[in-house]
Design a protein around this ligand. Sequence first.
Ligand code: MG
Length: 317
Amino acid sequence: MLHATRRHVLVGLAAGLAFGPPALAARRTSEDLSGVLAPGARLQTLYSGGRWCEGLCWAPALGGLVFSDVRRNTMSVLGSDGSVRTLRDPSRNANGNALDAQGRLVTCEHRTRRVVRAEPGGELTMLAERFEDRRLNAPNDVALAPDGSLWFTDPVFGIRQPDEGLMAEPEQRARRVYRITPGGAVEAMISAIDQPNGLAFSADGRTLYVSDAGASLNPEAGRAIHAFALGPDGRPGEGRRFAEPDGGAVPDGLCVDGRGRVFAACTHGVQVWEADGRRLGRIPTAGPAANLALGGADGRRLFIGQGPHIHAIDLAG
Ligand code: MG
C-alpha cells in the first residue's frame, strides 16, 4: 500500500552523506523548534552504557525512566540522579514498554514473541503470544489506549535481526497492530501497514499514530507515519498518511505531547509535526534514534533512546 519511490531512496542516500559530524549534530537543533523546545534547551546525554536503547517508559513508581537494551538483553531503570538499576537480566530481548491503566509495566519481548505484564510481586503474566492459533511475529512496541486496552505492533524485526531475538519464519500472514482488551482478548486492529513499529495515542485519545519501518528492511517499502481516527467503539477507521520523515529517514518510536504534536524517533534524529501534519523540525542525534518517551517531574522532558545512549531535552510548556 505504500509507495516508496526511487527518488526517496536517492534522497535518503543524499541525506546520509550530508549528515554532519556527530559531535556537532548532537548539539544543535535544525529549523525552528522555538515553540516546541524550552528556551535554551539543549540535548543532554544521560546514559551511554547501552548497545541499543529502546522501550523508554516514564515510570516514577519504578524509580524513573524504564528502558530496554534490546541487544544487551536487559531492562534497566535510569534514575533522575543518573543512577542505573537493572530491572531484568536477561530480558528476553525486551523492546517496547508501557504502563497499563493500573500502573503495571507491560513489555514486548522479541525472544519469546509475546507481550507480558509485571505483577506487583514481580512475576510476569503473559498477555499475548498467539493470534488465530499462530505465534506472533515479534511484538515491538506497546501503548495504553484511553479505554484501558493495550495496543501493540507486531513487525518481523525481532525474528529477522540475529542480535535482537531468535531467527524464525513468520507464522502470521500479516504484520499487524493488535489490541488486548481489558478482558484479555487479543484482537487484530490494523493489517494494512508493511512493518508497524512505533505507536502512540493523541492526548485526547481520538487518534492513533503508527509508524511504518518497512523501509529499514526494503528501501522500496514504506516509511510513513499513519494516523487512524478511533470510533466510539475504540476501533480505528480507514487511516491516512499523516507524515513522512524528511531526508529519507525511517521512523521508529513515536510520542504525542499534550498539544497534539507528534514526535518520531528517526534515522537522523527526532522529527516533529503539528497535529495538522505541518512539519516543525528535527532534533538531530548522532545516530539513529529508536524510541521516545515524555516524562520528568513536569512531564515536559523528552527522553530519546539512540543506540548506546539515552538523551533528554526539555520541551516548552
Ligand atoms: Mg520500535
